[in-house]
Design a protein around this ligand. Structure first.
Ligand code: 2HA
Ligand code: ZN
Length: 269
């Protein structure tokens, strides 16, 4: 028995996470337990689910997040592997609800799989998104090889330098990641400071944020959207790398060509 049985909409959301987890592993972005995914599934929770007892005692989130009162999330489990989650999402992740004090969560289904170590960042971001009235439901953190490599060059970490390089590699990147790549300087993984800086970057109008020398964090309507933006950015990083490997620095599209793209496709930047 699974909480997903007879709940096709909820099951579809969880299985989208499983599909993306498989892509992350295949791309080499999810070594061991690397990366994490959370999805706000509150819209799929019915009365029978709301009546289900918790299967763990409440656990402190480490922050009070007022907009999460009564909200539910599917979360990848801490120390679990994306490649396992791809096949068995409810054995390597769990469904949690936030308690009424907005400072704790409890696991409701299917098994007591403790959520991701990056829960403070993920839940703080969901709290921020709800507060802003955003439709975004999913957040993805992963370790895309070529993007992370580029974050080891301090020149690329100045505001929008990396965004401009990546956008200029291929028109699709600006079209499908139109807000670019925000930068968060290196901070201890799982820390509240990292969560706070990530929110600042999202508030600065980025949907994808680079965590220097660690990985990226992205938000979107659903987990596929959040994944696709990282994928197009990393594609550009590969093109940049391959041009350099061929012995030249790529010229990139011109500023005029990128401006034209924004005008014709009505892009925000
Ligand atoms: O979940 O990637 O940043 C493992 C990580 C922590
Ligand atoms: Zn990580």
């Amino acid at each position: 028995m699974s909480v997903l049985d007879n709940r096709p909409a909820l099951k579809a959301e969880v299985y989208k996470v499983a599909e993306v987890a498989g892509y992350l592993w295949e791309k080499g972005w999810a070594e061991r337990n690397g990366g994490n995914i959370t999805v706000n599934i509150t819209e799929h929770v019915d009365d029978a689910m709301r009546a289900m007892p918790a299967i763990t005692a409440p656990v402190a989130i480490g922050a009070t997040l007022p907009n999460l009162k009564g909200k539910w999330f599917y979360c990848k489990g801490t120390n679990r592997r994306m490649r396992d989650l791809a096949r068995w999402p409810m054995e390597n992740g769990s469904i949690i609800r936030i308690t009424d004090d907005c400072a704790h969560y409890e696991i409701v289904a299917d098994a007591p799989v403790k959520p991701t170590s990056e829960l403070p960042s993920h839940l703080s971001v969901h709290n921020y998104l709800i507060g802003k009235g955003s439709n975004y439901k999913a957040s993805v953190h992963t370790h895309p090889i070529q993007l992370v490599s580029m974050s080891h060059n301090p020149e690329f970490l100045e505001k929008d330098v990396l965004t401009d390089i990546l956008w200029s590699m291929i028109p699709e990147t600006k079209a499908f990641c139109p807000r670019g790549l925000g930068i968060v300087p290196y901070m201890l993984p799982s820390s509240v400071e990292l969560a706070d800086e990530t929110i600042k970057a999202i508030d600065d109008n980025y949907d994808v944020v680079m965590w220097e020398k660690h990985g990226v964090f992205s938000v979107g309507d659903d987990v596929m959207e959040a994944f696709d933006m990282i994928d197009v950015l990393n594609k550009s990083a590969i093109i940049y790398r391959d041009a350099c490997a061929m012995g030249f620095k790529p010229t990139g599209m011109t500023q005029e060509q990128m401006k034209e793209l924004s005008t014709v496709f009505n892009l925000p930047k």
